[in-house]
Design a protein around this ligand. Sequence first.
Ligand code: DMJ
Length: 470
Amino acid sequence: MRRSDRGGSRPGLLQRTAAAGLLAAAWLSVSLADSPEPVGPAPTPAECAALAREVRSEFLHAWRGYESLAWGHDELRPVSATPRDWGSASLWMTPVDALDTMLLMGLTEEAAKTREAIAAHLSFDRDISVKNFEITIRLLGGLLSSYEMTGDRRLLSLAQDLGRRLLPAFGSPTRMPYMYVNLKTGRTSGAVSNPAEIGTLILEMGTLSKLSGNPEYFERAHAALLALAARRASTGLVGEEINVETGAWVSRESHIGGGIDSYYEYLVKCGILFGDADCSRLARESLQAASRFLAEERGGLLWYGSADMETGRRTSTIYGSLHAFLPAVLVLSGDLASARRLQESGWRMWALHGIEPEELDYASLRVTADGYALRPEIMESAYYLFQATRDRRYLAMGRRFFEDLRKNCRVGHGYTVLQSVVTKKQGDLMPSYFLAETLKYLYLLFRPEALDFDRVVFNTEAHPLRKTAQ
Ligand code: DMJ
């Protein structure tokens, strides 16, 4: 595994970013003031403290729902009050995903009970085929961050056992992982994958290498990432689908949304967490390509749409709730001006219906996919931007996000997805990331002192992983 003191820990990264941001601030205040979407008054420090307490109590509301109706299962369907498992056996997804949020919120009793239950009951010795990406970001990431926060070696043993069982996924001729792997037999399937699922493994696998002393995890994920990046077009862009056996692109559609999103995120974060020069270079080149071919101005706002990866020609003007992760990544990469502008576009998208849709055509501001899956990305970006700028506008946004969630998604047994942000018709699922990410980022936004932001790198499921060199 490559490590470097220089890049492994960058204590001053955000401070430097913030300084660069101040230079841009004069220009930005004019630009944002042209027609900023109103957000209401920013909460005072006392109001922020109260909001953090309320987020914590809403977490407990959601957790109690899961605990009483779906204990031991992957997820809760809070409207029908029934459990949901992803496969024929549960992998305790919600408890593992939620544990470090409990620890951060100081929910000591709940965390202790959850930790004991995971140690006693979670087993990966199951004859089930799992999605390598989802299991890595939710379970491996959750186990590793909770281990780092508690020192409980049972969590590390589970992570090592899981990591070993996931390794066969990387056995394709190109070294890019298959989409699925059987936890017992190692049998793989799903040769057609995408950049997000191929490129969003290195933070967890690299941390497992660091903690276990076995370099193989990092090396496999690193080789996969490089194999993917080597297949970029001359524009620097990647497509939406690729065959991991042949290395041929199946879809040339390029964007920063679902299926590609966290590929950008992990290039940047791999450079920060491991000081890896390949990742840092690829991050720079890839974000530049995205800015050149995917970004555009419409109606005085900055958006990122879709383009053909070979020609860079615009293919659609769709932006959505998953795209809203990018401001956070732009903060980390040092482009604070674009981060601020893109977050304003996300806020415009949210404000259109009082909660954001899955997808929007930014050319017409028409909703093209009207669900809301309790997604965290826009709140994550508000948190990063507040860390970088201390601009209280992001606290005001956070309050609105929280109020709108409570108004539209809260049900008797937790929180649920919306089928439509236009009609506000509710669906019936509380995804595990709602407890891992959505409520965690809101809590940290209102109570930033709960975690030293400069000492960790969040995986894409909001599990904080300690920086290498400290
Ligand atoms: C989460 O599982 C992760 O944030 C992933 O990167 C994208 N999808 C969900 C949240 O929307």
